[in-house]
Ligand binder design. Structure first.
Ligand code: ADP
Ligand code: ADP
Ligand code: MG
Length: 462
């Protein structure tokens, strides 16, 4: 097992990894930008190294400084967390060249799956169902129009290098395709420095169902059940839960088997996620593979009792997986709410500031993953996700009630967050019935924002 690991990340995921290393008796090196000097990950790691200025490009994406820090401090491995360098194949390859273990799949696999158009082709070759769409890239508007005519409207124009819900646009008819194509392309260029585009049929109001995968270096590949991540705003996840109401035992077995087959086809190693959309007729299609630990991984941890970060580290250290597929037990229900520093009343504008009072929920079945503390100043340079509240319970109803009371206990003063909005979603009748898809937020946002305003006025007058 490793003696020392560098964590190339910040915020709650850096803490999550540090905590896990402490339990495994592994020393940790935190890296931080000058904006993060007063951060918990710096405080809780065994050692900490400043790697540059506040901008991600100068610090958390600064490959040279991160590798120097790892070698200088005598680390044997690097955990990339999610975002930042976690899906950067060049970084994974350079780790290896420097004699460091990258805690994730091989660089070649990251590259292959990171190109979502190429990943589609690979899946098609392996008889994994993919959404009907283009073969390879779509480079011109004429090609886009031809593809759309072939697969039929509505269509989705997507960036091959896409992630975080960016670089994709819907078109419901030929007239809309022109602007969808150019704006998706422009966003892709701005976000990923790459504007290779592909196209898929837009599945109208599907469910987003993803399967957690674990794969070791001995060819063992298992799945840990699904997560339903259909509560999304602008293709970004807000609430995730497992098991999904749309998945019964038979479908779980079929989709899980296909997810395992997809991971094997990719030559996958370590923890990863196969994402599908599930349409209203029960057909499902691969959309992408995420070659890293996922934000919502705690949902799976709560129902399986398996520490995914520990498994990632064990697998990277060359140990065989502890579990066989038939040993995986899915128990109870789990749900996660992402608490973001953004103002729902102002079109979800990020709202950085200083947390001048913080109270975190706790108690039976409640877990909070966060790097917040009293007096913490959030930084405009990074992601607005501040905390993840995860609850576990015997039934879905118990979980919803537990999540409500957890969010009721939670107090974050000084920064505007989506806490109240998340709380309101937990009372929405369709949500309570589990009767929702990726169109849920768009459909109910006006009604939710109206209630949100009422809650705000009520709190103000108290
Ligand atoms: P998850 O399924 O784990 O929630 P997300 O797509 O939300 O995945 O991404 C997780 C984190 O990584 C988010 O903070 C997001 O902003 C960031 N992220 C995802 N893809 C990219 C990318 N290509 N470039 C930069 N950041 C990304
Ligand atoms: P990212 O890499 O940004 O996570 P994904 O390809 O995973 O992009 O898609 C993000 C979200 O967009 C999905 O969770 C789903 O809600 C929606 N989406 C993606 N592809 C389709 C599709 N073909 N039809 C309908 N919705 C889709
Ligand atoms: Mg995705």
């Amino acid at each position: 097992m490793f003696k020392k690991i560098l964590i190339a990340n910040r915020g709650e995921i850096a803490l999550r990894i540090i905590r896990c290393c402490r339990e495994l008796g592994i020393d940790t090196v935190a890296v931080y930008s000058t904006a993060d000097e007063a951060s918990l990950h710096v405080e809780l790691a065994t050692e900490a190294v400043c790697i540059g200025g506040p901008k991600a490009a100068d610090s958390y994406l600064n490959i040279r400084n991160i590798l120097s820090a790892a070698m200088y401090t005598g680390c044997e491995a690097i955990h990339p967390g999610f975002g930042f360098l976690s899906e950067n194949s060049e970084f994974a390859a350079l780790c290896r060249e420097c004699g460091l273990v990258f805690i994730g799949p091989d660089a070649g696999v990251i590259e292959k799956m990171g190109n979502k158009a190429a990943a589609r082709s690979l899946m098609m070759e392996n008889h994994i169902p993919v959404v009907p769409g283009s073969e390879g890239y779509v480079t011109t508007l004429e090609e886009a129009e031809k593809t759309a005519a072939r697969i039929g409207y509505p269509v989705l124009v997507k960036a091959a290098a896409g992630g975080g819900g960016r670089g994709m646009r819907k078109a419901f008819c030929k007239e809309e395709l022109k602007s969808a194509f150019s704006s998706a392309k422009a966003e892709a260029k701005a976000c990923f420095g790459n504007n290779d585009m592909y196209m898929e049929k837009l599945i109208v109001n599907p469910k987003h169902i993803e399967f957690q995968i674990l794969a070791d270096s001995f060819g063992n590949v298992i799945h840990l059940g699904e997560r339903d991540c259909s509560i999304q705003r602008k293709n970004q996840k807000l609430i995730e839960e497992s098991p999904s109401k749309a998945i019964n035992k038979e479908l779980r077995k079929v989709m899980g088997g296909i997810a395992v087959k997809a991971a094997k086809a990719a030559g996958y190693k370590n923890a990863g996620t196969i994402e599908f959309v599930l349409d209203q007729t029960g057909d499902f299609y691969f959309i992408e593979m995420n070659t890293r630990i996922q934000v919502e991984h705690p949902v799976t941890e709560m129902i399986t009792g398996i520490d995914l970060i520990k498994e990632q580290i064990r697998i990277a250290a060359g140990l065989p997986m502890k579990y066989k597929q038939e040993e995986i037990r899915l128990e109870g229900y789990a749900m996660e709410c992402r608490i973001n520093a953004e103002d729902p009343a102002k079109n979800f504008r990020p709202s950085p500031g200083t947390v001048d009072f913080l109270h975190l929920p706790a108690g039976y079945g409640v877990r909070v993953d966060t790097a917040l503390y009293n007096g913490y100043t959030t930084s405009p340079f990074y992601d607005s996700m501040m905390a993840k509240v995860i609850v576990h319970g015997k039934s879905r109803l118990e979980v919803i009630r537990r999540m409500r009371r957890a969010l009721e206990e939670m107090v974050i003063e000084g920064v505007v967050t989506n806490l109240d909005l998340q709380h309101l979603i937990l009372y929405q009748p369709d949500f309570m019935r589990g009767n929702y898809n990726t169109g849920f937020i768009e459909k109910h946002l006006a009604e939710l924002l109206k209630l949100h305003e009422e809650v705000y006025q009520c709190k103000k007058s108290q």
